[in-house]
Design a binder for this molecule. Sequence first.
Ligand code: MG
Length: 336
Amino acid sequence: MKLSFRPFELQLKHPFSIASFTRTSTPIMLVELHYENWVGYGEASLVPYLGESIDSATDFLNRLDVSAWQYPFDVGTLLAQVDSIAPNNTAIKAALDIALHDLWGKIENKPCYELLGILPQNMPATCFTIGIDTPENISKKVLEAQDFEILKIKLGTKNDKAIINAVRSVSALPLYADANQGWTDKYQALDMLYWLHEQGVQIIEQPMPRTMIDENAWLTESSPIPTLGDEAVQRLNDVAKAKGVYTGINIKLMKCTGMHEGLKMIHLAKQQQMPILVGCMSETSCATLAGATLAPLCNWVDLDGPFLVSNNPFASPVFQQGRYQLSNEAGLGIKM
Ligand code: MG
């Protein structure tokens, strides 16, 4: 097998703000695995706050030798080899995981969902994320999100009620909310959750800092809506720790090293009776199609990455009634 890769700067349609930062573009690394006449595509979204960069990803890929990789391969065995190169580096590991799955499907001439025993007809609707902004801009962004049936609103500020009021002034859609660890007083957080519930908010992601374990557990116990651990849940090890602290978990391929480990997290969460949201970073349709392949196993879907960027180098995902339509072509259905 042969590996090639190139950096790419993904431009955001609007500057994106959450409780802790603002940015206008995201560096990504595009990866290809070549085997005979097949090419598997993968992508790493190197969002700055997670500690990876074009340099760290390049360094990681230069340490990987795929020349001995042959088909038939076992995805899990090859990815264990990738994971052992260095700790962390979860996004670039995810790029290799995605490329391997895409390649596997193409060699077998089957869509990946079929290889993984996933039923595409169980696909939930995906939400569209509205970042922190002024009330006027928030109302404007909501009006631009016509193709979506659910909105996800970033909160965790001092103006959370004004943000929701701005959304509600122009839209009656169901809402998800994400505080991104922005609330630090559990009593105020609980009052806010009751208010949000009355406003039609269905779930809350990472209400309080991930280090406030007892407070998050207390809040989950009393909350009128499910709480989901996101910043608190990176890899498989974190799923058992989230039990009793959050109602459910948010998985993202860029945090958990990709589809292989993501599937294990989904199965463990289900065993623990914890519902699952599959999310994404600023990504092209390459990585979100990998996430969408797992989405029929999840309760909620937040895969709006390609809709928030202006220079997606891949074809836009096929999207109907707010849902990803998985391609019946071989692999992950990623097209240049
Ligand atoms: Mg989140």
